[in-house]
Design a protein around this ligand. Structure first.
Ligand code: ADP
Ligand code: MG
Length: 210
């Protein structure tokens, strides 16, 4: 793989910064159709990761993904804690079956997103983080033959942006927002928004070292 886990301190910092910069906006989204705690939950996980950053940077990717997932599971709380935790733990698990090249990484991400679907008993189209994670995973698969890495990364940013915007007009059928039924329409989903922000922040960082 082009990138090593020694990048993790910079990646985690970039994620922390984007969530901090957008905290008020995301909290307003979660207040509109959820209970308003999504940023607090997420920042609890990110703070824990920041304190482990050096340790994580010494691991290989499967080891780092496993540790990140366990940390998010045990520190975050909320529906999103177990789902983001599941994502990374499943990436680690899948990485034992696939090479860490572009195609293998696409398989790893797709298997991990499937694990999130299973854990949340949800699919894309239900106004959740999956409306970002699924299109990004699909875009990664679709781009596995593209040789220019920065072109691939930009496609993933676009998929995440289109995905988060798509949640605005959806009716939520999973999570707290589903209690609002038709009234959940008109607001972007908070977990989709933080997923998009984090994916874009990680990719911006990767583009700097590509
Ligand atoms: P909680 O809903 O328990 O308060 P958070 O506020 O931290 O947890 O996270 C809410 C986000 O979690 C939602 O915006 C949505 O993106 C995501 N989410 C909730 N339930 C599910 C589910 N079943 N499948 C996928 N994502 C979900
Ligand atoms: Mg919440």
């Amino acid at each position: 793989m082009t990138y090593s886990a020694s990048l993790l301190p910079d990646l985690i910092k970039a994620v922390a910064d984007t969530i901090e910069a957008n905290a008020d906006e995301v909290t307003a989204l979660d207040q509109a159709i959820g209970d308003g705690d999504h940023v607090i939950n997420l920042q609890r996980g990110i703070t824990a990761l920041l304190s482990q950053a050096e340790e994580l940077s010494l691991l290989d990717w499967p080891g780092a993904w496993q540790k990140i997932g366990m940390t998010l599971m045990s520190t975050m709380g909320g529906a999103s804690g177990s789902l983001f935790g599941t994502l990374f733990i499943a990436m680690s698990k899948a990485s034992h079956q696939h090479a860490l090249d572009r195609q293998g990484f696409a398989e790893i991400v797709n298997e991990a997103v499937n694990a999130v679907k299973k854990r949340g008993r949800a699919e894309a189209g239900e106004k959740t983080m999956l409306d970002v994670l699924v299109p990004v995973a699909e875009a990664l698969t679709a781009a596995s033959a593209v040789t220019d890495l920065s072109e691939v990364l930009k496609k993933l940013v676009e998929a995440a942006e289109t995905g988060v915007e798509s949640t605005r007009d959806m009716i939520a059928t999973k999570g707290r927002a589903s209690f609002l039924e038709e009234r959940s329409r008109g607001h972007i989903d908070a977990g989709a928004k933080t997923s998009q922000l984090m994916i874009s922040a990680v990719i911006d960082q990767l583009l700097k070292v590509a």
